[in-house]
Design a protein around this ligand. Structure first.
Ligand code: FE2
Length: 204
């Protein structure tokens, strides 16, 4: 006699679409037991700080893409390329920060609505702005991130989370400092064609 398989009637080639179920972990919590030798309160604080950093890094990343698309003027080509290079580097940081949150047992922010509610970076208009304003907005955003990442690095080190400290300093801080240099040099008021020679004026 053939053995009956209880599940056989449920097997089908039909995909089970439109499914929903309750969350398996709430935002703002960390999983209890992880063999990484970091206590829950430390992981809670680190994931909260990392999520703020994540929201601001996602916003800066997107501000670079906005600037890449909307830039205009005689420096269009070099800025168009530079903005996209920095966009790519910030996108890598986004992934590194988000995965650090997950490996600490937390939950990474991800969606635009949640990023918009969380970021501390000033919202730019939808329309186009002049190059000096684009550059200034980018530098202001970097400044927000650099301020909070230095604090994060210090707290992580104090609490014994050297992995987060290393990410904060080696990845986020160093990348942001370098990008600030590249952007801020474009805001130096440098003559393009004719040198401003003040020495002859002084001699008159
Ligand atoms: Fe592009």
């Amino acid at each position: 006699m053939q053995k009956k398989n209880g599940n056989r009637g449920k097997v089908s080639a039909q995909p089970r679409i439109h499914q929903r179920a309750r969350e398996i972990q709430e935002y703002g919590t960390v999983t209890h037991a992880l063999p990484i030798e970091l206590e829950e309160p430390v992981r809670l604080e680190m994931t909260e700080r990392l999520n703020q950093l994540l929201a601001d890094t996602i916003t800066l990343r997107d501000l670079y893409k906005k600037s890449h698309w909307q830039v205009a003027g005689p420096t269009f080509y070099q800025l168009h390329l530079l903005f996209d290079k920095h966009y790519g580097e910030q996108a890598e940081l986004v992934d590194t920060i988000a995965e650090r949150i997950q490996l600490l047992g937390g939950i990474s922010l991800a969606m635009a609505h949640d990023i918009a509610e969380t970021t501390q970076i000033e919202r730019p208009p939808r329309g186009r702005e002049e190059v000096p304003v684009q550059l200034s907005r980018l530098l202001d955003a970097h400044q927000v991130i650099i301020r909070e990442v230095r604090e994060l690095a210090e707290r992580a080190s104090k609490e014994g989370d050297e992995g987060t400290n290393d990410l904060a300093v080696s990845d986020v801080l160093r990348t942001n400092e370098l990008q600030v240099w590249f952007v801020s040099e474009h805001l130096v008021n440098m003559p393009l064609v004719e040198a401003v020679d003040d020495s002859s004026a002084a001699a008159d």
